[in-house]
Design a protein around this ligand. Structure first.
Ligand code: NAD
Length: 169
């Protein structure tokens, strides 16, 4: 039994995350998806709540062939304690999948095995680029699994992002 952990903010879940998750599912028997910065929502970098991100991931991976555990993880103010915090919140695992340098560093220093999946079309498949397209009224749906796009539409995600980008002046 090999269990993996994949951590991300998923603001929103996009096709790069989905490609990585699909390939991890070929390598492990079970996968934990940790939703980082779970306490954050309704700001320009983190428009979606943890629950909305759970829904995007769950719906987009409804045909996953292995068990998935989707677990929101709040940030804590001390990076040195973050790995212990994560370990206290998720089932035991054998390997962490991440390409985020800080996350790689923290798990490596804790003696935990880390694998870094390749990047897929990083220029277009990034949360920042996709949120920018939502703000500017450009086509963003092609970069997001269709089930995740449905969730974003259901919750009025684009309208929320545009509204919180405004000021009262
Ligand atoms: P993210 O959603 O930006 O990315 C998730 C993963 O997908 C990363 O490994 C990233 O490299 C990868 N990825 C992104 N685009 C890709 C693409 N096109 N193709 C393939 N892979 C792609 O999330 P993140 O910022 O890496 O999430 C890390 C989380 O850990 C954050 O929520 C952060 O706050 C949290 N964290 C918290 C602490 C603390 O609380 N002290 C410390 C470290 C990390």
């Amino acid at each position: 039994m090999r269990r993996g952990l994949y951590v991300g903010r998923f603001q929103p879940l996009h096709n790069g995350h989905k490609a990585v998750i699909d390939s991890i599912c070929e390598e492990v028997d079970e996968l934990i998806i940790g939703i980082g910065s779970a306490q954050m929502s309704h700001d320009l970098r983190h428009p979606f709540t943890a629950g909305e991100r759970v829904l995007m991931i769950r719906q987009a991976l409804s045909d996953a062939k292995i068990p998935l555990y989707i677990i929101p993880l709040e940030d804590i103010k001390r990076n040195t304690l973050w790995v212990s915090h994560v370990l206290s919140m998720v089932p035991p695992f054998d390997v962490v999948y991440t390409s985020n340098p800080l996350v790689i560093r923290l798990f490596t220093e804790a003696g935990i095995s880390v694998e870094s999946p390749p990047m897929y079309q990083r220029a277009s498949l990034s949360g920042t680029a996709i949120r920018q397209k939502m703000l500017e009224g450009d086509d963003w749906k092609q970069y997001v699994p269709s089930a995740a796009a449905d969730v974003i539409e259901e919750i009025g995600g684009v309208e929320r992002l545009r509204m919180i980008s405004q000021t009262d002046e």
